[in-house]
Design a protein around this ligand. Structure first.
Ligand code: TYM
Length: 351
């Protein structure tokens, strides 16, 4: 089975964007893939985190994974800092990736803001750690939301440069595998990872502004649905969501230039596992006053059980902690052989 890796940062509340763009896809891939799902606490500390909050948020993301339906007995669930090979390979990639590549990362520019001199070095090197997360397992498939696309392109560039720079050593040591890069068949050590981004919720937008991504860090809580919101809060936020005055179109093309309408239709489609065409077949010509209550009912029906299960799991930490410990051990056992190869390939003496 192909190997999937993905991660979520333990920073603040998880949103509907995290759920529809990522976690729900994680769940769906379990039957057809071998999966490793990580709580990326070392990515979180690229900006200041209160230690107690970080521990709680780490457990909370793990609880969300389980509550959404990830089975930790079949797949691996763990937090990143337990498996030190992530950091080790990230250092190697700090030496493979070029400053110019990282300078182009739009997420760094957004997160660092104007005061770039004061951003942590970790925030700048963040995508290298992300590449290490994936490649330390030589994972081939990575489900993410649209905002991570550029980081995954960088991951491919890093794998390719490593494979090129060390191609002779990789061949001499017999550590290469044949893989397709575009049309070409090449021999390399690290796979060229495929992102899994498609679907109607690859980019869930703010409920207050259809041109902005729904985000944990938006100052307005009305802009997002949190995975832990009560039913009443979910309904209220959808009721107050920004819209335009027109009825819903009956065709998807009619959503163009109507970002808020497009967002709500996309959310409905993703929550109900249908296409946007199907949603508009049911709601085309209807007013938001009719669509919003239907969306609110659907969102509550899908999210409330997850929130309930998260609360249940968080009430007794011992189960979550056991899952993370066990997952960490299994992940380490997969990551260490990769690092042994990498040290050998690069000439880092460890014998
Ligand atoms: P993070 O923690 O910001 O978000 C976790 C996942 O949720 C997706 N997402 C969204 N999808 C759709 N609409 C939205 N509004 C929305 N907001 C967030 C993100 O795309 C992501 O898939 N760098 C990553 C974490 C990471 C990672 C990795 C991911 C670290 N190492 C290795 C994949 C593979 C991040 O900050 O995600």
């Amino acid at each position: 089975k192909p190997l999937v890796f993905s991660g979520v940062q333990p920073t603040g509340n998880l949103t509907l964007g995290n759920y529809l763009g990522a976690i729900r896809k994680f769940v769906a891939l379990q039957d057809s893939h071998e999966c490793i799902y990580c709580v990326v606490d070392m990515h979180a500390i690229t900006v200041w985190q209160d230690p107690a909050d970080l521990m709680a948020a780490t457990r909370s993301v793990a609880a969300a994974y389980l509550a959404a339906g990830i089975d930790p007995s079949k797949h691996i669930v763990f937090n990143q800092s337990r498996v030190v090979q992530h950091a080790e390979l990230a250092w190697v990639f700090n030496c493979v990736a070029r400053m110019g590549w990282l300078n182009r990362m739009t997420q760094f520019k957004e997160k660092a803001g104007k005061d770039r001199e004061n951003a942590s070095v970790g925030l700048f090197a963040y995508p290298n750690l992300m590449a290490a997360d994936i490649l330390v397992y030589r994972a081939t498939h990575v489900p993410v939301g649209d905002d991570q696309k550029q980081h995954l392109e960088l991951t491919r560039d890093i794998a390719q440069k490593f494979n090129n720079d060390y191609s002779d050593r990789i061949a001499d040591l017999g550590l290469g595998v044949e893989m397709k890069v575009g049309e070409e068949v090449v021999n390399g050590y690290f796979p060229i990872t495929e992102p899994i981004i498609e679907g109607p919720a690859a980019r869930v937008m703010s409920l207050r502004d259809g041109t902005k991504k729904m985000s944990k860090s938006d100052p307005s809580d009305l802009s997002r649905i949190n995975l832990t919101d009560e039913a009443e809060a979910i309904a209220r936020k959808i009721r107050k969501a920004k819209t335009d005055p027109d009825a819903l179109p009956s065709e998807v093309q009619g959503l163009e230039g109507r970002p808020e309408a497009a967002n709500l239709v996309g959310i409905y489609a993703a929550l109900n596992d249908m296409s946007r065409e199907d949603v508009l077949r049911d709601f085309g010509g209807k007013q938001f006053s009719e669509f919003k209550p239907a969306l609110a009912d659907l969102a509550v029906a899908k999210l409330d059980p997850i929130a309930g299960e998260m609360r249940r799991l968080m009430a007794d930490r011992s189960h979550i902690d056991q899952v993370l410990r066990d997952g960490g051990e299994r992940a380490s056992a997969l990551a260490e052989p990769t690092m042994r190869d990498v040290r050998k390939i690069m000439g880092l003496l460890t014998n």
